[in-house]
Design a protein around this ligand. Structure first.
Ligand SMILES: Cc1cc2nc3c(=O)[nH]c(=O)nc-3n(C[C@H](O)[C@H](O)[C@H](O)COP(=O)(O)OP(=O)(O)OC[C@H]3O[C@@H](n4cnc5c(N)ncnc54)[C@H](O)[C@@H]3O)c2cc1C
Length: 381
């Protein structure tokens, strides 16, 4: 017997859990399918924290963030839990760095509160950091972090409360697309729906091939590290900003981090990693080499942690598009399929909004939020 739903969501990471919530809020009978368990550690969405910030080098993301903050606040209210931690944030790097220049311009034009700090001011306010004499330092007070695992679990909890059926250990192994519906095979069970949302993270490329589209998505194996300094106080969320260092010319990649929160350790990572063909190839054991490669950066810019031991390292996946903008769109051949993919290592802060946009797109064919950068046609036309 095949069970029928109004809408099925494949993948319960940040995006799929949010989509299941907004679909359910719209009165849809929803099935959310996750191949592993909710909040598992093999994808992109688990963990203590993800940076949230207006400070972006494209005005579209600044605008989208303005729409997204109220959704996080509404979600917190409905859950009765705190998800957003406001620490303030700094972006720093050589004054001639194009991305940093574009970020300053976008927050200025977007009417966002910000300060450009002199090196002396920045040094005084953030003594944990060392800034080069040729640097610019942008401070944005609304930056902070979202509790990642809590947000995924929160969306799932509310979706369930609204009637969604959530199945874990439920890998979709076949998608048959009909003119107005889809049939799915899931480890021997069969389901159908009027609408399908595919939010399968690093698995999206192989899964979507079955529907006749090959999106240019690449999986990166990324490592994040939690440092354990002898003196924790300067590195705790209460007195330390989230940060992003535009230093790829000097240190291989952009480097970013998040202060310690509830004993997590001070998070530091390269914004990037090694490409693999499919997530099945990923070795999830972290490498000591990754931390060692970060130590010269720490020595130069956060010397107080440069010799610290590592509390823990983890592997997490980025799913890259060639231009690092997201894919949030209708399937080019099937109007009743919506796709959310390619979040390129910066999607979490928008995840609750992406769930809403995918719901709009699945049910109405369009969203009122700015999705100009996220169209599939940029790869297919
Ligand atoms: C180290 C790291 C740091 C990051 N830092 C930030 C940050 O500071 N700020 C920020 O905004 N973003 C950040 N990101 C990016 C953000 O976390 C991701 O963009 C986001 O989590 C992507 O979510 P997703 O739902 O697309 O993917 P995933 O979380 O991978 O979810 C996809 C889900 O689909 C399931 N699935 C796949 N195939 C099937 C199938 N056939 N059947 C059933 N289920 C299936 C998978 O098991 C998985 O659970 C970071 C990412 C990483 C890895």
């Amino acid at each position: 017997m095949r069970k029928h739903f109004d809408a099925i969501v494949i993948g319960a990471g940040a995006m799929g859990s949010a989509a299941a919530y907004y679909l359910s809020k719209r009165g849809q009978r929803v099935l959310l399918l996750e191949q592993f368990e909710i909040d598992h550690r093999k994808g992109s969405s688990y963990g203590y924290s993800r940076i949230i910030r207006y400070a972006y080098d494209y005005p579209e993301y600044v605008e989208l963030m303005k729409d997204t903050f109220p959704l996080w606040f509404a979600l917190e209210h409905e859950l009765g839990e705190t998800l957003y931690h406001r620490t303030g944030g700094i972006s720093f790097g050589p004054a001639n760095d194009r991305s940093l220049q574009a970020t300053i311009k976008a927050v200025e034009n977007g009417g966002i509160d910000y300060e450009l700090l002199s090196i002396a001011d920045a040094q005084e306010r953030f003594p944990q950091f060392r800034f080069g004499s040729d640097f610019k330092v942008l401070y944005q007070p609304d930056s902070g972090f979202i509790s990642a695992s809590k947000a995924v679990r929160g969306h799932v909890k509310l979706a369930r409360r609204l009637g969604a059926v959530v199945k874990e250990g439920a890998p979709v192994d076949q998608i048959q697309v009909n003119s107005n519906s889809v049939n799915l095979s899931v480890a021997g069970d069969r389901y159908s729906a009027d609408h399908l949302i595919v939010t399968a993270g690093s698995w999206a490329r192989s899964l979507l091939k079955e529907t006749g589209i090959d999106l240019p998505l690449t999986t990166l194996r990324c490592q994040l590290n939690f440092m354990s300094p002898a003196d924790w106080r300067p590195y705790e969320a209460e007195g330390c900003p989230v940060w992003g260092a535009h230093v790829s010319e000097r240190f291989r990649e952009t480097v970013y981090g998040i202060p310690s929160h509830a004993g997590s350790g001070f998070k530091i990572a390269f914004h990037g990693g090694a490409a693999v063909r499919h997530p099945a190839e990923i070795d999830y054991s972290p490498d000591a080499e990754n931390v060692e490669a970060l130590r010269p950066f720490m020595q130069a810019h956060i010397p107080g942690i440069a010799q610290s031991p590592v509390k823990e390292s983890r592997i997490c996946l980025y799913t890259q598009t060639p231009d690092e903008h997201f894919i949030v769109d209708t399937h080019p051949a099937h109007q009743h399929i919506a796709i959310g993919a390619g979040f390129s290592g910066h999607g979490f802060k928008f995840s609750t909004m992406i769930g809403k946009m995918l719901t709009d797109i699945a049910l109405e064919g369009a969203t009122s939020h700015n999705d100009r950068l996220f169209k599939i046609s940029r790869f297919t036309d």
